[in-house]
Design a binder for this molecule. Structure first.
Ligand SMILES: Nc1nc2c(c(=O)[nH]1)N[C@H]1C(S)=C(S)[C@@H](COP(=O)(O)O)O[C@H]1N2
Ligand SMILES: [Mo]
Length: 452
């Protein structure tokens, strides 16, 4: 021990530890690489300390579980029981299966919107918290005990995990598919790595966070300007700079800056989930921003041209094929229009975070099931005219077929669907992820036995 660090005694090597690692830790302590200590001392902000770190920690402790839970809910909404949630193969990392409901119809809109918006809003808080502990990155020796080595490895997973989730999430929302790997696979397993690290970090640090928050009353701290901003007393974790410089900004100022950045990011994002002029303010959301024009004016996920769906395949020659129990029924668009029509105002919500509410008109899926001879379908496989593509088919649960507002939509806002929105017919089901609202429907296969 050198005594230059007030926390050293607290984290001293355990006396009963085996001689080998103990000698290694001591050797590391005695032989710092040239410059290591100087770099560590360069972080001199008097703001750093357990209190500020804990304030950011508390915000993340409230916010991140919401991001985690909504992320897992999104996975459940994709219908993992049909093997159509992505990634398909998750082994025992599968959340408990349950039937995704169709009520309230905004369920997926809210869970997906929260996941993306809150994920973005928390980025400045994550970065601020990393800033507040950055001297620890340069602490020498890097480890003092085997227990601490494990703790630092878990921090690597924590920090690496959250940065990875932020990076993959943002790239997906920005449509920058720079990955050499699949987004869903990366984000899903990255999520579990982060969850494990997050849970153990919280378990380890919660008592310290609470005592640090108690050490300075929040409102009293907010009254301090830069001139009365003093460093916190030296702490066992070594967050407080050993020789702090003068304050150029108060803790209130630092919190305002971080909070302001979060609000700004939120402000540039929320527009993607609102209809009307506010949508144009979603500057961070390339697709969610397009307001479009006319009655069909809302974002298009995949255009007909991109999907290889041509005007002639959707023209008068188009037929819908319904199948059930080996029997098929074929209908053209005139025949569909002659069936009882139902109108419902329902959202489409994309996994990328944007959503919109529109008024759809078409034939109830349960009426089509009855026509096909499957009154009580257990599931339905909907296939698109689109030949290739990850999203050219979707399987629906029985509640998603039988709901009174579950439609094969032919019109939106009183006019025919635009080709890009799925003309001649598309699926719209309350609370169903946008990705399963299949466009340019060609066949619907009703199954009467579960899992079929
Ligand atoms: N055939 C087909 N249907 C599809 C898709 C697709 O790529 N192919 N994309 C889905 C996705 S991801 C979304 S969010 C919605 C968007 O519908 P919209 O383009 O009409 O707004 O369509 C869904 N239907
Ligand atoms: Mo989507």
């Amino acid at each position: 021990m050198t005594g230059r660090d007030p926390g050293a005694a607290d984290r001293g090597t355990a006396r009963d530890a085996p001689a080998f690692p103990r000698r290694l830790w001591r050797a590391l302590d005695r032989h710092p690489p040239p410059g290591a200590l100087a770099v560590g001392r360069r972080w001199r902000s008097p703001l750093r300390g357990p209190w500020l770190t804990s304030v950011f920690g508390l915000v993340l402790l409230i916010g991140l579980p919401i991001v985690i839970i909504t992320g897992l809910l999104d996975y459940a909404a994709y219908g993992p029981q049909f093997g159509q949630a992505l990634p398909r193969d998750v082994g025992w990392l599968r959340p408990p299966p349950f039937e995704w409901p169709t009520r309230p119809d905004w369920l997926f809109r809210v869970s997906q919107g929260l996941h993306v918006i809150l994920g973005i809003v928390l980025v400045p808080v994550v970065l601020a918290k990393l800033w507040s502990v950055i001297p620890k990155l340069f602490a020498w020796p890097p480890v003092r005990s085997t227990a601490q080595l494990l703790e630092r490895l878990s921090l690597l997973l924590l920090v690496g995990g959250i940065l990875f989730q932020i990076a993959t999430g943002l790239l997906n929302v920005q449509y920058a598919y720079l990955f050499g790997f699949d987004f869903y696979t990366a984000h899903y397993f990255g999520g579990w790595v982060f969850i494990a690290a997050f849970v153990s970090h919280v378990a380890l640090k919660l008592p310290r966070m609470i005592s640090a928050l108690r050490s300075r009353p929040f409102l009293a701290e907010l009254r301090q300007g830069p001139d009365d901003t003093r460093p916190e007393p030296p702490d066992p974790d070594g967050l407080v700079a050993p020789r702090p410089g003068p304050a150029t900004v108060s803790r209130r100022g630092a919190l305002t800056l971080v909070g302001g950045l979060s609000l700004l990011l939120g402000g540039l994002t929320v527009g993607q989930t609102t209809d009307g002029p506010l949508r144009r303010t979603a500057l961070l959301m390339p697709r969610g921003r397009q307001p479009g024009t006319g009655p069909n004016g809302f974002p298009v996920n995949r255009s007909a041209a991109a999907a290889g769906v041509t005007q002639e395949r959707t023209g008068p020659g188009w037929r819908l094929t319904l199948a059930a129990a080996g029997r098929t029924v074929t209908l053209d668009r005139q025949q569909l229009l002659a069936l009882p029509q139902h109108t419902a105002t329902l959202p489409i919500a994309c996994v990328e975070g944007w959503s919109t509410r529109q008024t759809w008109t078409g034939v109830r899926l349960r009426d089509l099931a009855a026509i096909a001879g499957a009154g009580e379908p257990a599931s339905a496989l909907v296939r698109s005219l689109e030949r290739a593509g990850l999203f050219n088919q979707a399987q629906l649960q029985s509640n998603q077929i039988l709901g009174p507002d579950s439609l094969l939509a032919l019109k939106v806002n009183g006019v025919d669907l635009a080709l890009d929105h799925g003309y001649p017919a598309r699926v719209i089901v309350p609370a169903l992820p946008g990705v399963h609202c299949t466009k340019w429907v060609a066949t619907i296969d009703f199954r009467t036995t579960a899992g079929g």
